[in-house]
Design a protein around this ligand. Sequence first.
Ligand code: GDP
Length: 375
Amino acid sequence: MDESINKNHRSCPGCGAQLQSTDPSLPGYVPASAMENEKVICKRCFRILHYNEVQDVLLDGEDFRTILNHLADEKILIVSVVDIFDLEGSWVKGLARHAMHNPILLVANKVDLLPRSTNYQKVKRWLAQSARELGVQPVDVVLVSAERKINVDQLLERIEELRDGRDVYVVGTTNVGKSTLINRIIQSYNKGLEGNTITTSYFPGTTLDRIAIPLPNGGVIYDTPGLINREQIAHLIDVRDLSKLIPRGEIKPRVFQLQAKQTLFFGGLARVDFVEGERQSMVCYLSNDLQIHRTKMENAENLLAKHWGELLSPPRKEQLAEMPTWKRHRFSIGKQELRDIVIHGLGWVAIKGTGAMVDVYVPEGVGVSIRPSII
Ligand code: GDP
């Protein structure tokens, strides 16, 4: 056989994925420098083998649905991980249909981002309600922070109670922090083992490659690949700007006293016009690093034309040509109503109760919705 062809089509002996050096986020990635070695396993298998550490593998819609289809045939507990800061963008679509009769435990990660004054019970009620609107009746909602190790042990206890002897599948879209959570779970089990470490194992498969973590009382937790959600606003901007968009620590609410006919720009990614209503405060819950600019509504168009990609960024100037056109979403909020207007993937604006008409402009494809205020 021609050696070069053979080399180009090598697959990882650990997971069976075809080896490649182009995209670290896809299955089978090996740094180009290691590709020449005699024995090569992919970076992900390498880390599992040597560090007992899991890295996420990503899948696009169709392959992911194959996994979900498979779940319907088993008796399992499904743990669906979402990003508390971007529920809509991190929701696994079709989960309800594919889960069939299996119970779903909803885990909202990144609770550390919410201001400390948050009423967590209210947040849980909102999550349960939103899940029901999306067709899922969760058996429970648990708030965690994988990164800050908040509530992870409580989550494991809850899983143990709810699984009732079943195996557990953890599902989620990319960026919800699923790998961080899985690694915390592994650490947490290791704590109880005094010197020994549990060994995760990797189940190679064509589309259903999954990591198995043995549970102390028998059974396993499976980590499934992360689903890519192309509608996330993060896909519109340069990776170097992601840190401005994705909050890294507790969000400091920013309060603006606005008159009608005033506008707020959130970087260059969203424009919020206060069209009608009495003078009132709007509280913005966004990444602390995302600049907010206030202007008059009549100047907004001009400001954008002159400063988009510079003062109003992200996006960067060189990305503007690829940006989708702006689309308007209009919301009318009655007197006495406390509402959050949510810009999916960016954050939300809380409007407190004297009645308002608000227009939100975002690049087409970015979702905008309204909900009762959660904070
Ligand atoms: P995955 O794609 O779902 O596996 O997500 P990762 O585990 O790679 O995490 C995605 C991003 O979210 C990373 O930048 C993490 O640092 C961050 N992240 C994960 N868990 C938390 C958390 O509990 N709180 C916060 N604020 N960020 C988190």
